[in-house]
Design a binder for this molecule. Structure first.
Ligand code: GDP
Ligand code: MG
Length: 177
């Protein structure tokens, strides 16, 4: 624990969910370390990453959990969600099936996450717009119906990645303070 950590006002947990290969790990590595990886290495990757974010006069430490590939086997356990105040629920705009899975992931989040959990629905791979299978409007209206925030992102081109995480963090801060 360094002095920077000691000055932190809040620490909270957030999780990434969504089908395999939608870009969860790359969204996190982009946000936490500004890195992107072309190869999909589902079982590599840390269990979680931290990033400190200043909101107003408060310093917030976000601990963001990534699946280590368990989503491939639908084997995410309830401990993964436990205590999570926020979630990025990710699909791939070029694969309709990943959008169809969103309901299932949302159900898990609501069953096992914190009751007030802040969920941002994220349509990733915006850079592949020419292969799009999920319209912007589909994501938007699903999010509205379910009371979620919504954003389309590209981890590859670093589009809206910061915004998606910061939207979640800011909203958690509003709710918990
Ligand atoms: P995860 O299984 O959900 O963690 O997905 P990964 O982060 O491992 O990404 C799966 C694959 O999609 C990898 O080959 C990534 O390079 C690629 N990928 C992730 N995000 C993007 C993106 O925004 N655009 C494009 N074109 N590819 C991406
Ligand atoms: Mg991953």
């Amino acid at each position: 624990v360094d002095s920077f950590d000691e000055e932190c006002d809040y620490l909270f947990k957030a999780v990434l969910t969504g089908d395999s290969a939608v870009g969860k790990s790359n969204l996190l590595s982009r946000f936490a370390r500004d890195e992107f990886h072309l190869d999909s290495k589902p079982t590599i990757g840390v269990e979680f990453a931290y990033r400190n974010v200043r909101v107003g006069d408060k310093l917030i430490k976000a601990q963001i959990w990534d699946t280590a590939g368990q989503e491939r086997f639908r084997a995410i356990t309830s401990s993964y969600y436990r205590g999570a105040l926020g979630a990025l629920l990710v699909y791939d705009i070029t694969r309709r099936a990943t959008f169809d899975s969103i309901k299932k992931w949302l159900h898990e989040l609501r069953e096992f996450g914190n009751p007030d959990i802040v969920i941002v629905l994220v349509g990733n791979k915006l850079d592949l717009g020419s292969s799009r299978e999920v319209d912007l409007e589909d994501g938007k209206s699903f999010a509205e119906r379910e009371g979620l925030c919504f954003m389309e992102t590209s981890a590859l081109e670093n589009l809206n990645v910061e915004d998606a995480f910061l939207q979640m963090i800011t909203k958690i801060h509003e709710i918990t303070s």
